[in-house]
Design a protein. Structure first.
Lengths: 310, 272
């Protein structure tokens, strides 16, 4: 990094910020791929030592077959299918009679789940921030209601989901509500801290301008809360996906990843790699949503001092 | 000085902090009039209530007794009319705004149009010699430059009164002296009345037309020293005999009011 962030050059700060951002993004993608590759190697190494006999490697026959020195049940092809079989499952038909590949089916399921999760995420973020704004302006309401906000998160979502489905119906609005339920909490907690984060002198400064509460909220409190809110939104992004899947799975909502998990779980003995592929799809969806929020954060935060840049 | 109403008029001002356990008299029997175009420093040891007094003038906290008038009206009214600008020890710039946008903030609140805001902010930045740095963000500027931006922001509303609470207290000695020169230049150009809290005797003498010496427990005014150094004051003023005499006078006055002169570099005075 040749960008001297502390110098008072004529370089536009926006350009400098983005350069650093892209450099970091590339490095984190490379690191992520390296870790996944390493995980795959460890996985196959374990199977080479303690799995069942290998007759092929990624479709290439092995002659003579490799007989691992140990037998560990957990490393059998049922419990831990070969990585290439899991990857290959994405390109094979989803079911024996299906004309679509598993990858295409999971992609559609991910889009369905994401729609519910994203709507819930937005709903939860708005409600969460709204509560934070109310709590920051009213000590009384904060003291009265925050315990309930915390208690709300101790109710297991798996117990709550069927009830919401009963009330709202067996479709994506239920998914959205359950996602919102998981999303709002981190936003409220971080929002309270963020809205209270301005320097007391900043508030005195606004007082010297005879600024009213709404102006202080818009010009000082909300902008100061942005970094706090993005920390919460990144947690909420992944939580909303988990919430959506958990909402779909036990309630029989069709079309999403939750349903796919139930289905391929039932067919595990005949095709374990399909459930593994579904797990990967769930993780990919969570990561994708996280990355979207992270990109939004970089966009909104550009020009501000990034920790460690100075 | 007679005729026009004083910019600041304090009469029998008292401030008592009460907690469950104790009752602390932070200020007692403060009488002071500050007239248009004056540069008045408040100096005193930690805990003498000089920052509290400044905050009372700005209606950031209320007195528990006495009357406070700014521009001939009650302090609260003057604050609502945005009659003064405030500069703190820390610049308190918002890091999500460019320097230009920071200076525009008070103008946004008063509802000035976009063009007027840009024009006025640019003029204020030129005044503090930051004209080329409007597009920078606060973290890209040195401490001295940030404080200059804070001064530009305080002047943006073109107030008759500028309240400064140890504005250069966090700066190194070299930067502080340069900022002092610059503040005098700005003061002479804008003819703004300045009330300046400091714990530095040389700074108070160099800048002020009057130095108000305070002592602690309870906080009160013990002495008011007229500074008759010639203006415009320059680097050379700091080496005149009269300057050293006045520094000695202020030091002795502080000592008479309250033991030794303050030595602590950071005034940790309670302003809560």
């Amino acid at each position: 990094m040749t960008v001297a962030s502390t110098s008072i050059g004529r370089r536009t700060p926006i350009g400098a910020g983005t350069t650093i951002g892209i450099g970091r993004a590339v490095r984190s993608v490379v690191a992520f791929v390296a870790v996944v590759a390493l995980l795959g190697v460890v996985w196959e190494l374990a199977k080479w030592i303690g799995g069942v006999p290998w007759r092929e490697i990624a479709g290439m026959p092995l002659d003579p077959p490799h007989d691992p020195p140990f037998r560990v049940t957990q490393l059998s092809d049922i419990n831990l299918p070969h990585t290439w079989n899991v990857i290959g499952a994405f390109f094979e038909p989803a079911t024996r009679r299906s004309e679509f590949s598993l990858g295409a089916v999971l992609f559609d399921a991910a889009i369905f789940t994401w729609r519910g999760a994203a709507i819930g995420f937005v709903l939860g973020a708005v409600v969460g921030l709204g509560l934070a704004v109310v709590f920051v302006h009213s000590r009384l309401l904060e003291r009265a209601l925050v315990p309930y906000v915390i208690a709300s998160q101790t109710v297991p979502i798996i117990a709550l989901a069927p009830m919401v489905v009963l009330w709202v119906g067996r479709d994506w609005p239920s998914v959205a509500i359950i996602s919102a339920y998981l999303t709002f909490f981190p936003v409220t907690i971080a929002g309270i801290r963020g809205l209270q984060s301005p320097d007391p002198r900043a508030l005195e400064l606004m007082r010297s301008y005879a600024a009213n509460r709404r102006t202080v909220l818009w010009k000082v409190r909300l902008p100061a809360a942005v970094p706090y809110l993005f920390t919460a939104l990144k947690i909420s992004a992944t939580a909303s996906i988990v919430g959506a899947i958990v909402a779909e799975a036990p309630t029989g909502i069709q079309g999403g990843l939750g349903r796919a998990i139930i289905q391929f779980n039932q067919q595990y003995i005949t095709g374990p790699e399909k459930l593994w592929a579904t797990v990967i799809a769930c993780a990919a969806l969570g990561i994708a949503f996280f990355v979207i929020v992270r990109l939004a954060e970089m966009l909104v935060m550009r020009g501000r001092q990034q920790p460690g840049d100075a | 000085m007679s005729g026009a109403a004083p910019v600041v008029a304090l009469h029998a001002v008292e401030k008592v902090f009460e907690t469950a356990e104790a009752r602390t008299t932070a200020l007692s029997g403060i009488d002071l009039e500050i007239h248009g175009g004056e540069f008045v420093s408040l100096i005193g040891p930690s805990g003498c209530g000089k920052s509290t007094l400044l905050r009372i003038i700005g209606d950031l906290t209320g007195p528990t007794g006495g009357t406070v008038e700014v521009n001939g009206k009650p302090a609260a009214r003057a604050r609502r009319d945005r009659d003064y600008g405030m500069v703190f020890q820390a610049p308190v710039l918002f890091d999500w705004r460019s320097i230009q946008a920071n200076v525009e903030l008070p103008l946004e609140i008063t509802g000035l149009s976009g063009n007027e805001r840009r024009e006025r902010a640019a003029r204020m930045l030129d005044l503090v010699e930051l004209g080329d740095f409007g597009r920078h963000h606060p973290w890209q500027l040195s401490g001295g430059m940030q404080q200059r931006a804070a001064i530009a922001r305080a002047l943006a509303l073109e107030p008759r009164l500028l309240l400064m609470d140890e504005p250069f207290g966090a700066l190194d000695e070299m930067t502080r002296e340069r900022m002092n020169d610059e503040l005098l230049r700005i003061w002479e150009r804008t003819r703004t009345t300045i009330v300046f809290v400091t714990h530095s005797i040389p700074e108070a003498v160099f800048l002020s037309s009057r130095v108000v010496v305070m002592s602690a427990r309870p906080g009160r005014i013990t002495d008011v020293i007229e500074v008759d150094l010639e203006r415009p004051r320059t680097e050379a003023s700091r080496e005149t005999e009269r300057y050293f005499e006045l520094v000695t006078t202020v030091r002795e006055s502080l000592r008479a009011g309250h033991g030794p002169a303050p030595l602590d570099p950071v005034d940790a005075e309670a302003t809560a």
